[in-house]
Design a protein around this ligand. Structure first.
Ligand code: GLN
Length: 336
């Protein structure tokens, strides 16, 4: 594990250096996101020992958007098992945009990945619940357990998305016709839209990532949030599809599983060590924050976190999954 001073210096330097990066545009197909101050910029790191490092606008809340797909995927895997999840949703990259209809057509209607819109709605629909309200409460509880605090819905973002999500509604009906949605399709689209409209800070996001870095135990609360066997599946999926068509380039340059959202957030996970989260609203053509990518890349390279460095990186002196060992509660049970 890099020392605390080294991490703090890397975060401060990355913020200073990459705040000059100004390319890209706010998402404008969701009206509430178009009006967010494009210059906001925050970075946080949370380590598996529970140390927190913040820089810039790290207390500003932003819409979680597609980053929510990771936590709903985790919940669905816990509830139905990783094997069934793989059969019902798929666990491969699509190589196409996050809202691609062509990706469905090419794969017999199967979403392929829980990290594209189709697979996310499919995952949402898989969570066992008596009704839509219970399903939504489980998803919100999972986000909160990962973040270690109560996460809330933004009514403004939600109503902005609910009144403009015609493309996603079309995808939900295509999933229904192909047999890959497991509840009422419009209900799945509605809950998916809500799960994208919750508000988080970079500190929340880095805590969520640190829970995955820590084998499924939230290092700040000590709660087990997801079973350790499912963590590698989640991180593998993030590697393949986390930044959509840019996922391959991200693996090539950064070498850490990551996930982006059109709200401008990105987080990545250095297993056994820490998570880096950054937020800035301007996006590239794939829907990934330009500045957040630059900041995380700089920090990951400075701290030599690339997974594929093997014994050359900080993992040389660290045991995988090192944690406080404190486990208070299993929030998402595995009945198999
Ligand atoms: N809610 C957004 C959508 O469905 C999420 C997309 C994203 O963050 N990539 O389009």
């Amino acid at each position: 594990m890099p020392g605390n001073d080294t991490i703090a210096a890397a975060v401060a330097e990355a913020w200073e250096h990459t705040k000059k990066v100004s390319g890209g545009e706010n998402a404008d197909y969701i009206p509430a996101l178009a009006s967010v101050d494009p210059d906001l910029f925050g970075i946080s790191i949370v380590t598996v020992d529970g140390h927190v490092f913040n820089e810039g606008d790290s207390t500003v809340e932003f819409a979680i958007e597609s980053i929510s797909k990771v936590f709903t995927m985790a919940l669905a895997m816990e509830e139905i098992g990783a094997k069934a999840f793989r059969e019902k949703v798929g666990t491969d990259p699509t190589g196409l945009p996050f809202n691609s209809v062509m990706a469905l057509a090419l794969h017999g209607g199967k979403p392929m990945s829980a990290l594209v819109n189709a697979g996310a709605m499919s995952s949402t629909s898989l969570i066992p619940a008596r009704d839509a309200d219970e399903r939504w409460r489980k998803i919100l509880a999972a986000q909160s357990a990962f973040a270690g605090r109560t996460i809330s819905l933004s009514d403004e973002v939600n109503s902005s998305e609910q009144t403009t999500n015609f493309h996603n509604r079309g995808i939900a009906w295509l999933l229904y016709s192909g047999g890959f949605i497991y509840s009422d399709p419009m209900e799945a689209c509605d809950i998916y839209t809500r799960q994208c409209s919750t508000m988080i800070t970079t500190e929340d996001l880095a805590t969520m990532g640190a829970t995955l870095a820590n084998g499924g135990i939230n290092p700040v609360t000590g709660d087990r949030v997801v079973s350790s066997e499912n963590v590698p599946h989640i991180l593998a999926e993030m590697t393949m599809e986390g930044l959509y068509e840019a996922s391959g380039d991200w693996a090539y340059t950064v070498g850490l599983p990551g996930k982006s959202g059109v709200g401008g957030g990105i987080f990545c996970v250095a297993p056994g060590l820490l998570s880096i989260a950054a937020f800035s609203p301007r996006l590239d053509q794939f829907g990934n924050s330009v500045r957040a990518q630059a900041a995380i890349t700089q920090i990951a390279q400075e701290l030599k976190l690339n997974l594929y460095l093997g014994t050359g990186g900080p993992r040389a002196a660290t045991q995988f999954g090192a944690s406080s060992g404190i486990t208070n509660e299993v929030l998402v049970s595995t009945p198999h």
